[in-house]
Design a protein around this ligand. Structure first.
Ligand code: UDP
Length: 314
């Protein structure tokens, strides 16, 4: 049995780069692909000397060519924060639709197992709480988040179609809010925004009244869940996330406490279609993958804070 080969798109991104590390650790040959529109080579430069790692600078919305066999393809290329997809809405739609189509074609050609990074955003502003995989969601197709949400919904649809029509071996992971080292400080997300503001001594900007909820999963737990799903034989969507739910106001207060900076919370306008509540029902992941998160928010936030301090030279 030869060495297994895996293609990871979005390899220079937050989750993609951690996946590259994991597959290298597991003994795979890893081909990382990225067009660096939101990713950064800094996230993977430590892998450049590794001879089992190769990097392709390529935009997956254009025809994708990879020589040799591929056992697995993981599609993690996409802007993923509201600020990013507001800035590059068309590119966001294209990477989820055209990009996914190109990679499905590649997977069909190479007979690869194909896993897509879907998202809790496909549930929109959910009317069912916590969100189970059976819930179809409440998405505004023409709102600012529509370019991301609908691209991801199309991505699930076309992946399922390749599965049923072409018999392609596919996996769908629905990723809930995740955080950890290598997140971008300026991607507009709550966690890097709050930590950055605390470190720089600025006010903490909570959008709306801060009563909206999220459930934050540390990156190591996320990677473990994704890896297990890929290695399982389950082809329906699976939620991966940490069910520990918190309001954004409480979250801001936790970060102020953690950083010991005594910053003031200021309230700003709530962005359009910002989901009021979000919490994964992980019954499926527990049962099918034997997976549940192991790292508490206190532990995970500490690790992430130390990373940001280092990045900012503090
Ligand atoms: N948020 C906030 N202040 C910020 C950035 C974000 O209050 O400076 C809020 C945002 O409106 C949302 C929550 O924090 O309700 C989580 O936002 P994030 O962008 O991290 O994730 P998503 O909305 O995609 O779940």
């Amino acid at each position: 049995m030869g060495q297994k080969r895996v293609l990871i798109t979005g390899a220079a991104g937050f989750i993609g780069s951690h996946l590259c590390d994991r597959f290298i650790k597991e003994g795979f040959y890893v081909i990382g692909m990225d067009n660096l529109s939101t990713g950064s080579l800094k996230n993977i430069e430590h892998l450049f000397p590794v001879k089992e790692f190769e990097f392709y600078f390529h935009d997956v919305t254009k025809f994708v060519h990879v020589p040799g066999n591929l056992d697995y393809i993981l599609h993690f290329a996409s802007p993923a924060s509201p600020i990013d997809y507001l800035k590059i809405p068309i590119q966001t739609l294209k990477v989820g639709s055209l990009g996914t189509h190109n990679l499905l074609g590649l997977a069909k050609e190479k007979k690869s197992r194909f896993l897509i990074a879907s998202t809790s955003e496909i549930y929109g502003d959910p009317n069912v709480h916590p969100q189970t995989e059976e819930y179809w969601g409440n998405v505004n197709p023409i709102g600012p988040r529509g370019v991301y949400d609908e691209a991801k919904r199309f991505m699930e649809a076309i992946t399922m179609a390749y599965h049923t029509y072409h018999g392609l071996d596919t996996r769908i992971v629905r990723i809930f809010n995740t955080y950890g080292p290598r997140m971008r400080l300026n991607d507009g997300r709550a966690l890097p925004a709050f930590i950055g503001q605390a470190i720089r001594g600025e006010n903490i900007t909570v959008f709306g009244d801060g009563s909206q909820t999220r459930s934050f999963c540390f990156i190591d737990d996320m990677i473990e869940g994704i890896f297990r799903l890929l290695m399982s034989d389950y082809t329906m969507p699976v939620n991966i996330g940490n069910p520990d739910e918190i309001t954004i106001k409480e979250f801001a207060e936790e970060i102020i406490k953690l950083t010991g900076t005594n910053q003031k919370i200021v309230y700003e306008e709530l962005p359009t279609d910002d989901p009021k509540q979000r919490q994964p029902d992980i019954t499926k992941a527990k049962k099918i993958l034997g997976w549940e998160p192991k790292i508490s928010r206190a532990e995970g936030l500490k690790i992430t804070y130390d990373y940001f301090k280092k990045i900012l030279g503090k």
